[in-house]
Ligand binder design. Structure first.
Ligand code: ZN
Length: 246
């Protein structure tokens, strides 16, 4: 059983479609780490797909903000505008689905899914130090997390923490072997709004039998996604940043 791990799709239909094309033949089951909507211009079509296509999905802070959770009050101006727009766009079925998503940590066949961190669904794991602080809260050897929109893994063993970087800009894949007696926190990157200076959509494939994690990046129709954001009347900043991957 190989898993396609998706996170932070953020209503970006163009990015999701490219990732699904790129991943054809590489996976058997889909898992999603939340933030299905918010920022992007296609919340309904993306949510439709996740409802059908993802076997397990945890909620993200934007899924909550876009379905009436008061966490919206903590959002930046641009995120608030996008969340309020998404609230009016979502159809009843999709709103209900997103509002009913479970918070993590969610167990899947011996590994775990969270949006932010094992300790707190809204917490950001940005660096080795943040990862080390999660050690007491981690369950099992492997947790997938999202929320930062940065594709990276952290391995930990006997007090040592190391980084698993994403592929270089001129590569499409970086593959890592899962070592025994180690604990891993792994972020597959963001489909719909990467913030690691690589505008390509980020995702991961996990193969538990071969103990391999592959970070992959897929080109997508960035101008199309930007046009859709502008046509929806959403802030230009949300379109522009897709071009930079920041
Ligand atoms: Zn997000």
């Amino acid at each position: 059983m190989r898993y396609l791990i998706l996170s932070d799709i953020h209503g970006n239909r163009q990015a999701l479609e490219s990732v699904l094309d790129d991943a054809i033949g590489r996976y058997d089951r889909v898992l999603c780490l939340g933030d299905v909507v918010g920022y992007g211009a296609d919340p309904n079509s993306v949510t439709d797909w996740v409802r059908e296509g993802s076997a397990h999905t945890v909620r993200g802070n934007h899924d909550r903000a876009c379905t009436g959770d008061p966490i919206l009050e903590t959002f930046s101006e641009n995120a608030t505008i996008a969340a309020l727009w998404t609230q009016t766009e979502l159809n009843d079925g999709n709103r209900e689905y997103l509002a009913g998503l479970p918070s993590g940590p969610l167990a899947v066949n011996g590994f775990w899914l969270v949006h932010g961190s094992p300790r707190d669904e809204d917490e950001y794991i940005l660096n080795k130090n943040d990862a080390a602080h999660q050690y007491p809260f981690v369950q099992g050897d492997l947790t997938f997390f999202g929320h930062t929109h940065v594709q990276v893994g952290f391995g930990m063993r006997q007090g040592r923490v190391w980084t698993m970087p994403p592929p270089e800009l001129d590569e499409t894949e970086a593959v890592y072997q899962i070592e025994p007696d180690s604990v891993y926190l792994v972020n597959p990157g963001s489909i719909g709004q990467p913030r690691d200076s690589d505008p390509r959509a980020g995702y991961a494939i996990f193969d538990p039998e071969r103990k391999l994690i592959a970070f992959r990046r897929a080109h997508y129709d960035v101008p199309g996604a930007q046009r859709a954001i502008m046509d929806a009347g959403l802030p230009r900043f949300l379109a522009d940043r897709l071009g930079f991957g920041r």
